[in-house]
Design a protein around this ligand. Structure first.
Ligand code: NCD
Length: 313
């Protein structure tokens, strides 16, 4: 793999291999062991949209492995405001760095960057398109909790129309024969072209405007934020804001092993009383961004991760 733009860039075997590497890297991500595998390498962080977790976990991953990071910083203080094109920015950062993580409001921007650059590109979210590095940390979280990816029943809930995390995740889960429930308000349904493409690949999908009825037989409940910034019309956002709100009471009859996930940030989709339940996994999920991005950076930079890393020093 050179660049990671959509989940199609990874085979199922490669996904499993990255998850195994990520697991081995846990002591490094926790700071218990220092393993400078990426010493002398530089990551370019180009975030043209707000980001906390993706940007910071890429940076943490690089630094825990002895590498370094250069940041575009705030778009307002870069040459983007002088009218520099994305193409020129990429061509230039390509010369400064060994690998680039990019987030951009425009769908397709990461592929465009990959076409312009020689170094590998990691798509950290392109508009309402894809978010494959998030999917890798989501799969890691699911496989750590359930011991497998295959054959699980997964409910994806909230803004399935504009949410790029669920677009990438749905594609991956179908490849592992998961049953999917798409729960959303009707105006925020999973785009028809994605659903029909998944069904063409044999996916078992239930679409529903109701969330609560689907919780009790789920293995994974993946909540998402309504993507306010992608709505062309604020009035349309107001109509659906606050549609799905999960509380601890809604989980009363859930399976013991159900995990509740969220890519974060949450607004009001998950009440804080869920945090203390056995089901909440979203903070661990955010931490898992570090190990999975470590494993992905090593793969993109063609750096072998030793089989035995060891635990706390
Ligand atoms: C997500 C994103 O940017 O798509 N955030 C993230 O990377 N963890 C989800 C969101 O913003 O709602």
């Amino acid at each position: 793999m050179s660049s990671l733009i959509t989940m199609d860039d990874l085979s199922n075997d490669e996904i499993q291999e990255v998850l195994e590497t990520a697991e081995r890297l846990l002591p490094v991500a926790r700071g218990e062991t220092y393993l400078p595998l990426l010493q002398g390498r530089i990551l370019g962080n180009l975030f043209f949209e707000p980001s906390t977790r993706t940007r910071m976990s890429f940076e943490t991953a690089m630094k825990r492995l002895g590498g370094d990071v250069v940041n575009l910083g705030a778009v307002a203080s870069s040459s983007v405001v002088k009218g520099e094109t994305l193409y020129d920015t990429i061509r230039m950062v390509d010369g400064y760095t060994d690998v680039i993580a990019i987030r951009h409001p425009r769908q397709g921007a990461a592929q465009y960057a990959a076409d312009a650059a020689d170094v590998p590109i990691a798509n950290g979210g392109d508009g309402a398109g894809h978010h494959p590095t998030q999917t890798m940390l989501d799969l890691f979280t699911i496989s750590q909790a359930h011991g497998r990816l295959n054959g699980l029943r997964v409910v994806l809930a909230g803004d399935l129309r504009y949410g790029r995390t669920v677009h990438s995740l749905a594609h991956a889960l179908v490849r592992f024969d998961c049953e999917l429930v798409f729960a959303s308000p009707s105006s925020l349904r999973m785009p028809e072209e994605i659903t029909s493409d998944l069904q063409k690949h044999g996916a078992n999908i239930i679409e529903s405007e109701d969330l609560l009825n689907h919780i009790d037989d789920a293995d994974v409940l993946y909540m998402t934020r309504i993507q306010r910034e992608r709505f062309p019309d604020e009035e349309e956002y107001k109509k659906v804001s606050g549609s799905f709100k999960l509380t601890a009471r809604d989980l009363a009859n859930a399976k013991q092993e159900l995990i509740v996930m969220h890519p974060l940030p949450r607004v009001d989709e998950i009440s804080p009383d869920v945090d203390a339940t056995r089901h909440a996994r979203y903070f661990e999920q955010a931490f898992n961004g570090v190990v999975t991005r470590m494993a992905l950076l090593c793969k993109m930079l063609d750096v072998e991760v030793p089989a035995n890393i060891g635990g706390a020093a």
